[in-house]
Design a protein around this ligand. Structure first.
Ligand code: UDP
Length: 353
């Protein structure tokens, strides 16, 4: 039995959607490890909610999401920083735990690593973003081998310390996702509405094909979202909102395909495996995490990055995909058990070192 302290992302409370896929990842790993009998507490910004897990809520101001910044941005913390407050709490209680697990993509927890008595595992959820974070992560990777975990190979490859990264992938509580064999004539797009996700490409594809597009997710950049609506006034799109998992899977399952159009190097793309779990094929740009997930021609299509014509061509042949294969891929590769095994192995490896 391990005693684990998880320290969450400081960009928003768990359940708010601000943290993107890492919110679901924290929920899933915590749930699975608790179920295995490990003792576990999650530290997260005020207002956080996890299902069945005790959360220590910490007040303070959130970090600005790093993907909205330039590569040369200096380290920046607001007054009464929730990131600093969470790590101050972690410092005080560290001796009650065997291992601390950091889920923040921020400079501070890496910098603090040598000052803590307890070992720290760092799970990073994005590719290389800024010079300062790359630098401090590299130092930690060299000094504490194997303590940096990532989702995918292509994410790791964006860092100077690629070969020392521990590959963890992602996984889901598949019992929450129902297989839907018969779709309606509509497409889905799921994610944070922010420029790096290039929703406009999915809207353009929906506009060209005339097939309705359901959009699910948090509007992170209002101006960007309004611009898309101005640019495509006739597109058959329907913004549904940010839904909880139960509601999301119900509606997502009825769609004929998920469009994944990230402009950036998507580290994983939890939405891809959620979609597969519902039996919904994934059409994605062929780079980053989605390119490691989608089995081209079998559980979806990988298309030339940033090509709307490529999306349209894939949409037109979506009937070739057997939806049962999609669900089956989720079951064989992205179960909670598989995820729990990979994380336990990683934690034990760190603790043995
Ligand atoms: N999501 C959600 N409700 C919605 C839309 C999205 O809960 O209506 C969640 C989704 O389950 C996924 C996350 O938002 O876990 C998006 O994560 P992803 O890994 O795809 O991208 P990220 O935001 O981390 O870049």
């Amino acid at each position: 039995m391990l005693k684990l302290l998880f320290i969450s992302t400081p960009v928003g409370s768990l359940g708010s959607g601000q943290g993107g896929g890492v919110e679901l990842t924290v929920q899933n790993i915590a749930q699975e490890l608790k179920q295995r009998g490990h003792l576990l507490e999650v530290v997260a910004p005020q207002g956080s909610i996890l299902k069945g897990i005790s959360v220590k809520n910490i007040e303070g101001n959130c970090q600005i999401a790093v993907q909205t910044q330039t590569r040369d941005v200096p380290i920046c913390l607001p007054a009464n920083s929730v990131l600093a407050n969470m790590w101050e709490y972690a410092r005080q209680v560290q001796h009650n735990y065997d291992l601390l697990v950091n889920f923040a993509f921020d400079w501070l927890p890496f910098y603090l690593t040598p000052f803590f008595d307890r070992p720290i595992a760092h799970f990073i959820s994005m590719g290389s973003m800024t010079e300062a974070t790359d630098e401090i992560m590299t130092e930690v990777a060299l000094k504490y081998p194997d303590t940096i975990g990532v989702y995918t190979k292509s994410q790791a490859a964006s860092f100077p310390f690629a070969e020392t990264c521990h590959l963890l992938g992602s996984g889901l509580d598949l019992s929450l996702y129902d297989f839907c064999p018969q779709p309606k004539n509509c497409l889905a797009w799921v994610g944070r509405i922010a420029p790096e996700k290039a929703l406009e490409d999915a809207v353009a594809a929906s506009n060209l094909t005339g097939i309705p597009l359901k959009i699910f997710g948090k509007v992170q950049d209002k101006e960007y979202w309004q611009q898309i609506q101005r640019d495509f006034p006739q597109a058959p799109i329907d913004y549904v909102g940010f839904l909880n998992t139960e509601q999301l899977q119900k509606q997502l399952g009825q769609c004929s395909a998920l469009l994944m159009t990230p402009r950036w190097l998507e580290a994983f793309g939890n939405v891809a495996i959620e979609s597969l779990a519902c039996g919904v094929p994934v059409i994605a740009y062929s780079r980053g995490g989605p390119a490691e997930i989608v089995l081209h021609g079998k559980t979806g299509f990988l298309v030339e990055p940033d090509s709307v014509t490529g999306l349209v061509a894939a949409i037109n042949k979506i009937d070739q995909i057997d939806r049962a294969c999609c669900r089956q891929q989720a079951e064989s590769k992205y179960s909670l058990k598989a995820l729990g095994d990979r994380f336990s192995d990683w934690f034990h490896k760190i603790l043995r070192a």
